[in-house]
Design a protein around this ligand. Structure first.
Ligand code: BTN
Length: 361
């Protein structure tokens, strides 16, 4: 089985030691698409274990099976990710605060017992975690594989949109799922993902009121705080795999002009910085709960549709139009049908919305 992004994956650059011969198969990936250097995680763990003391470069090099020059390079990478590390090669190094990085060494212990346990794959920088997850899934990546990045250079949104993915500001995460469901049931999984995001946000930051807009937008005060991009590989009757990509705006202080009226972040809403690790852990745990219920409980779809309709101010009684619909669809929302499609009462009757962006009229 060729498995380009897995399993021992934490590399940034092809220097020094590799932990798996299979890593050499990452040759088609650009250097910045390589999984994060496994030693970066070990270095962070070591510094966290010795948080109150200065750790010499020699000791670090010994502990992470590297040399002092590489240790210095890794320290510089950590600093580039916003981690406050004091010191230099001559004195040794010390962490000044707990690093808010989505490394498996930090996030992993927080998602024990979930379908994502031991399945976290971290990238310092990548084009798109969804693209990586789809490629890995096509090569056989198991259900529950998670692809996380500190930064995306070609983050993808729904339609032909891109996704703004500033380094270490948001949570950019894609998970591989393999439900034994027909493709027609997949919409419900993406609605469940929205419910999971909402629950995670409210848990981490109870001060915010989070709304859901069909099918996959998560909003605070009408602005988008999270987008979900679900991609699927399926046969007519059977899903092979789904990748659910979640982009959550956490600590952005601002957004580019083109989207500043539409996008927001937790930090912009609350005025305080939020732990991305905490957000990512809450998200994965919540997603685990929703997904297990969906695939393990008979008739689990109904409560998901009911809860979505309850938690979304857009699902019922909202005057909307569907962007780029031809002929134009406009009317008042009237709940979700049994498969999760939005229903809109128009002058021509009740219409089922299969795709498109819903906008307030
Ligand atoms: C939307 O348009 O609302 C969906 C945005 C989805 C963005 C996320 S970020 C992680 C994953 N990787 C991508 O390239 N896209 C998704």
């Amino acid at each position: 089985m060729i498995f380009p992004f897995l399993p021992h994956n934490h590399r940034i650059k092809k220097t020094g030691k590799t932990r798996s011969t299979r890593l050499s198969r990452t040759k088609s990936a650009a250097p910045h698409e390589q999984p994060t250097d496994v030693r970066l995680g070990r270095l962070v763990r070591l510094l966290m274990e010795h948080a109150t003391v200065v750790v010499s470069g020699t000791k670090i090099a010994q502990e992470i099976s590297s040399n002092r020059t590489e240790v210095w390079r890794l320290i510089q990478q950590l600093r580039g990710l916003g981690v406050d590390v004091a010191g230099h090669p001559a004195t040794g190094y010390q962490l000044k605060s707990v690093p808010d990085l989505l490394l498996p060494e930090i996030l992993g212990p927080l998602v024990r017992g979930t379908i994502f346990d031991n399945q976290l794959h971290h990238f310092y920088k990548i084009g798109s975690t969804n693209t990586a997850a789809m490629a890995a899934a096509a090569e056989g990546a198991p259900e529950g594989s998670v692809f996380l990045a500190e930064e995306q250079t070609a983050g993808r949104g729904r339609g032909s949109n891109s996704w703004e993915s500033e380094r270490s500001a948001g949570v950019y995460c894609s998970v591989v799922l393999r439900p034994a469901l027909p493709p027609s049931d997949v919409l419900v999984i993406t609605l469940a993902a929205g419910l999971a995001v909402r629950a995670a946000l409210v848990q981490v930051e109870p001060r915010v009121t989070v709304d859901l807009k069909w099918p996959n937008d998560v909003l605070i005060k009408g602005k988008k705080v999270c987008g979900i991009l679900a991609e699927m590989h399926a046969e007519v009757m059977r899903v092979r795999h789904i990748v659910v990509g979640i982009g959550l705006n956490v600590n952005q202080k601002s957004f580019p002009k083109e989207i500043e009226n539409e996008a927001t972040s937790l930090r912009m809403e609350t005025g305080s910085e939020c732990s991305r690790v905490e957000v990512a852990a809450a998200l994965l745990k919540s997603l685990d709960g929703e997904y297990r219920a969906l695939v393990e409980q008979p008739d689990a779809q109904k409560p998901i549709l009911r809860r979505f309709a309850e938690q979304s101010s857009w699902a019922r009684g909202k005057k909307v139009y569907i962007e780029d619909s031809a002929p134009r669809i406009e009317g008042t929302t009237e709940g979700l049908d049994a498969q999760g499609f939005l229903q809109v009462r128009t002058a021509q009757g009740l219409q089922r919305i299969l795709s498109g962006t819903v906008r307030a009229k």
